[in-house]
Design a protein around this ligand. Structure first.
Ligand code: ADP
Length: 384
């Protein structure tokens, strides 16, 4: 952490099978792939640790050099407004949030337990994807539903991708050489999941995802905003169960559902360029909805100083960025086509005459997790 450099990256896929794949990439050296039987997450983390101290591929000499572990946790509910040191109450609270994040929170807990059983006694920190959005005012996070649902079931907007939007808020201020105070930013995180955040003085004031990551922008396979009555109408006329409707909205909608081709933007762009009509309309909806949110958030922020594009599509698709920005003329946005012709790099693509800065910033959620972990563990060690 002295110079915030990455020593190694890795992942384990197909946990629970006899041919699980562990990929380990020490910085500056070639990747190692190991296929073996990994039946649970505790074994997976154990193998990751072995790889970190491996005589040939390792990056540390001894496991005791690992002083802390940081975890990304999807849903912190209304309880967590920032990252925390994990103890048994925190684990209970993450468990309590399972109804709000049924797909992710159980897996996040499993990761925490797996790390604990492999390296007991090493402090662990939870970084919540919802925490950054806890600064939203009540008029932005409450739904116009019976108030009792908020009181009884905590039904409200939480927002996600908070770790990414927080990184973008800080990095954009640095890149523009401006203090966060007074800066009005619209951060567009466009990956498989996609969300927009309105950020004022470094704090989130509104975001497009809601109680779950289904609300807001059109996504790879998720619908984003629709009339809620569509749900009953389709369930009734297609004779669907709640689970089937849930799957329709989360896995079979978005770019995939409209185009019938793919939820992957690379394939949609290729199909648009080859003249496919359904891909074209899917792309048009995708880009139109981003612009609608930018317009709405420019109002929510009372003006906008910078628009930032990040995540897979935001970082890598000059075509999408150009189409979105072309439609923002009323805000005085222009971009430089040459600078925009770049992928995966931090670049200021603002046009010469633009009234609003436009930036591409590769997100770095791992760095935010590492920074929070260091800060919290250092404070705990010094008795604060
Ligand atoms: P996740 O939300 O799963 O982290 P990513 O941030 O990796 O997803 O984003 C994945 C999306 O980025 C996919 O739709 C993919 O097609 C898109 N993407 C990646 N590279 C490109 C590219 N060169 N051009 C257009 N889209 C791209």
């Amino acid at each position: 952490m002295e110079d915030e450099s990455v020593m190694a990256k890795g992942l384990v896929e197909r946990i629970g099978s006899d041919d699980a794949i562990l990929t380990h990439t020490p910085t500056g050296r070639s990747s190692v792939k190991q296929v073996s039987s990994i039946l649970d997450h505790t074994t997976a983390i154990g193998q990751v640790l072995e790889m970190l101290v491996h005589p040939e591929h390792g990056v540390i000499r001894d496991i005791s050099e690992i002083r802390a572990v940081g975890h990304r946790v999807l849903h912190g509910g209304p309880t967590f407004t920032q990252s925390v040191l994990i103890n048994s109450e925190v684990k209970d609270a993450i468990r309590d949030c399972i109804p709000l994040g049924p797909l992710h929170n159980p897996a996040n807990l499993m990761g925490i337990l797996a790390a604990e059983s492999n390296i007991p006694g090493v402090p662990q920190v939870a970084v919540f994807d919802t925490a950054f959005h806890q600064t939203m005012p009540k008029h932005a996070f409450l739904y116009p539903l019976p108030y009792v649902l908020y009181e009884r079931h905590k039904v409200r907007r939480y927002g996600f991708h908070g770790t990414s939007h927080r990184y973008i808020a800080r990095r954009a201020a640095e890149a523009l050489n401006r203090p966060s105070k007074g800066l009005r930013l619209i951060s567009c995180h466009l990956g498989n999941g996609a969300s927009v955040a309105a950020i004022k003085d470094g704090k989130c004031i509104d975001t497009s995802m809601g109680l779950t990551p289904l609300e807001g922008l059109m996504m790879g396979t998720r619908s984003g905003d629709i009339d809620p009555a569509v749900v009953f109408y389709v369930m009734k006329h297609e004779n669907l169960t709640i689970d089937e409707m849930d799957s329709l909205l989360n896995k079979h909608s978005g770019l995939l559902g409209v185009s019938g081709i793919s939820g992957d933007m690379r394939e949609i762009e290729a199909a648009v360029k080859s003249g496919d009509e359904r891909a074209k309309v899917a792309f048009d909806i995708y880009e139109y909805r981003i612009r609608k949110y930018i317009g709405a958030y420019a109002v929510a922020l009372d003006g906008v100083d910078a628009i930032v594009f990040t995540a897979g599509i935001g970082e890598n698709s000059p075509f999408l960025r150009q189409r979105v920005c072309e439609g923002l003329g009323f805000l005085g946005v222009t971009i430089d086509p040459e600078k925009n012709n770049s992928r995966g790099k931090e670049v200021n693509i603002t046009g010469e005459d633009s009234k609003v800065k436009v930036l591409v910033i590769p997100t770095n959620e791992e760095l935010v997790i590492a920074r929070d972990t260091l800060e919290i563990v250092s404070a705990a060690n010094s008795g604060n």
